[in-house]
Design a protein around this ligand. Structure first.
Ligand SMILES: [Zn+2]
Length: 319
């Protein structure tokens, strides 16, 4: 279970050293790629959701070719391409890959897709962080080192605020929401199909991992969820970064939890409580149903504490 969770949600690329203080873990984990199967779900007229290992993939499949949002891990690229071909809608290749953010469980397949002829697209900070490598984490017990990515894995088209791909009769729009899960998150809108891929700004594994070491913050995540939901139709289909296909009620419940837990930690900060005191008082106990194997109450208390006290990276001020 723990192994599956790590390899599912841990952004620190395969082979990276993962350290999780409260669980006393510091080890390397590599999934058995040969056992991973790619499950394809039709979401809308020509949008599909692909699940394997790592973040969910959205695919626009049509007469112009294929656009995918995120690409999981490099060893799965051939399986992902085969699953898309198996739909028997087009023989055309994956023309574009859009990364929702730089973490290895979402952008790990960049190099093989690029080598197969796909054009990689991402927000400026995604390319910057892929190129540099560095430390990801919640500023506390969750910490992961990532190595600089090879050249083939770097997006060749980047954007600051937003970008639109006009393919398969749809204006597929990537919109940057700064300082949420990381500082390079994009939410991808498929307006004609009424589908949205929210990347790791919205996940279904419980308390979210917020990468404050890579410029993420809970305030930015709340902001992203509120701004995105305000411009979406009530019946939009939501592909989360991880977990099952969702709807706006699921996003609202997640956003409410973020706001309530942030308020609880802010109240404790106002009362001059230390992080240790907050953990000992179990101030997130009322939200224990959001407890996950990856981010438990203590790890999320750390995340909120670091986020609210400004232990975040550069804040890109737009949106
Ligand atoms: Zn992530």
């Amino acid at each position: 279970m723990l192994k599956a969770i790590w390899s599912l949600v841990v952004p620190g690329l395969v082979g990276a050293t993962l350290a999780c203080g409260q669980a006393g873990l510091a080890q390397e984990r590599t999934p058995d790629w040969s056992k991973v199967q790619i499950k394809v779900t039709k979401v809308s007229a020509n949008i599909y959701m692909l699940e394997g290992q790592g973040g969910n993939i959205a695919a626009s499949v049509g007469e112009d070719g294929i656009v995918i949002v995120d690409d999981q891990f490099a060893p799965l690229a051939e399986k992902i391409q085969a699953a898309l071909k198996e739909l028997k809608i087009t023989d055309k290749p994956v023309r574009f890959v859009i990364n929702t953010h730089y973490h290895g469980d979402h952008a790990g397949g960049n190099a093989p897709f690029s080598n197969a002829g796909s054009t990689l697209i991402a927000q400026d900070n995604v390319r910057r962080r892929l190129a540099s490598g560095g430390t990801a984490g919640n500023g506390g017990s969750i910490k992961m080192e990532t190595k600089p990515a090879e050249k083939a894995a770097l997006p060749v088209i980047t954007f600051g605020h937003d970008l639109t791909v006009h393919l398969n009769g749809e204006d597929i729009r990537a919109l940057h929401f700064p300082a949420g899960h990381t500082d390079g998150d994009s939410i991808i809108f498929f307006p004609k199909n009424n589908v949205v891929h929210m990347g790791d700004d919205f996940v279904r594994y419980g308390f979210p991992f917020i990468d404050v070491a890579s410029g993420g913050s809970v305030q930015g995540m709340i902001d992203a969820m509120e701004k995105a939901t305000a411009q979406l139709p009530a019946d939009v289909k939501v592909i989360p970064g991880h977990g099952a296909l969702s709807n706006l009620d699921d996003v609202r419940a997640f956003t409410a939890m973020l706001k309530e837990t942030s308020a609880a930690v802010q109240k404790a900060l106002d009362e001059h409580k230390t992080l240790e005191q907050m953990k000992q008082a179990k101030i997130l106990a009322p939200w224990s149903k959001w407890h996950g194997d990856f981010v438990n109450e203590d790890a999320f208390t750390e995340t909120l504490y670091n986020s609210l006290t400004g232990h975040t990276g550069d804040f890109v001020k737009h949106n």
